[in-house]
Design a binder for this molecule. Structure first.
Ligand code: SF4
Length: 314
């Protein structure tokens, strides 16, 4: 069996190697790290705490599709949500597996903290739930919130999106880059680590601007994971009514090929594309499903010889 060798530049650690062509030989995926850590395949199971995002009172982010998270879960106890989802996944999961409860709905840092505390406890009491991930906005990441995260040994995700103020304004995020810097410092002070969400393809951002965001990630050791999102204009969202050019999937993949070599492979990547576009959804700049996009990316990665951290800027 032929083994493909990935040869990074001197000083850059080799990622996983093995037979055939696989994205995980070129990209440091969170899912692979989790498998190594827990000794089994790990699924993230999204749960809803039913906390409205505070940015909705300011119109919400212009790309946000509130119902993209399963609305049928809202108001259902966390334990029940997990039992329902886990039963569905377990039916088709061939290998030994475990679950991470993923509190990602809306802005979890804006929730009532004692409700959050109880919900995390409930999640951890469900068999096979091995850990917790909680996502929040940079302006909803205070010390009391972080104490709960630490108490449960949970992992954080921060909706940073970009370092550029004009892009945060364009997206109607209603937080600043200073909020992100402040949140990262506070997370560090509590001895925690975090992932960051990044949006690629924001109108007005050049490749150079995106690389500056990547450099920011490289420089901040408190950031240990990146979740990439391609900007999608779902029908009836504010961004779909603007005339800006948004990258289609091919343009997005070509941008990833430029950014990935510059992103340190010290960080894992937990997502490369936004979710599948569901049958009930219409997105103006994108169609199709993740499996097809990942195959396109795989093909282009091997054609171009790209791997994460191949040309780390820092
Ligand atoms: S912060 Fe998140 S949940 Fe809130 S409006 Fe923006 S994308 Fe939607």
């Amino acid at each position: 069996m032929q083994v493909e060798q990935v040869l990074p530049e001197a000083g850059v650690p080799v990622l996983h190697n093995g037979p055939g062509k696989r994205l995980e030989y070129r990209i440091n995926f969170w899912s692979e790290q989790a498998k190594e850590l827990y000794g089994k395949k790990i699924y993230r199971v999204a749960v809803s705490l039913n906390t409205p995002c505070p940015n909705r009172t300011h119109g919400g982010c212009n790309f946000c599709l509130q119902d993209s998270f399963a609305p049928e879960f809202r108001g259902i106890p966390i334990g029940e949500q997990l039992r329902l989802s886990i039963a569905k996944i377990a039916k088709n999961a061939p290998e030994e597996h475990g679950f991470i409860a993923y509190f990602q709905d809306e802005t979890i840092g804006a929730s009532d903290y004692s409700t959050l505390d109880k919900a995390i406890k409930e999640a951890l009491s469900i068999p096979k739930v091995l850990g917790i991930i909680v996502s929040t906005r940079p302006d909803h990441c205070d010390d009391d919130f972080l104490r709960i995260i630490k108490k449960h040994n949970a992992y954080l995700e921060l909706g940073m999106q970009t370092i550029h103020p004009q892009s945060l304004l364009f997206l109607n995020r209603n937080h600043t880059h200073e909020h992100t810097v402040d949140a990262l410092q506070r997370i560090d002070k509590h001895g925690l680590k975090t992932g960051v969400h990044l949006i690629i393809g924001i109108p007005g951002e050049s490749i150079g601007d995106m690389l500056e965001t990547i450099q920011f990630v490289n420089r901040n050791s408190v950031i240990t994971d990146v979740k990439f999102h391609n900007l999608v204009a779902f029908e009836n969202t504010p961004i779909s009514r603007l005339n800006n050019h948004l990258p289609d999937i091919d343009e997005y993949i070509e941008t990833l090929l430029v950014l990935l070599p510059q992103l340190t492979n010290r960080v894992t990547i937990s997502r490369l594309f936004t979710s599948n576009i569901l049958k009930s959804e219409i997105a103006l700049n994108i169609t199709g499903e993740k499996k097809v996009w990942l195959n396109k990316l795989l093909k282009r990665i091997y054609e171009t010889g790209v791997f994460q951290g191949g040309k780390n800027l820092v």
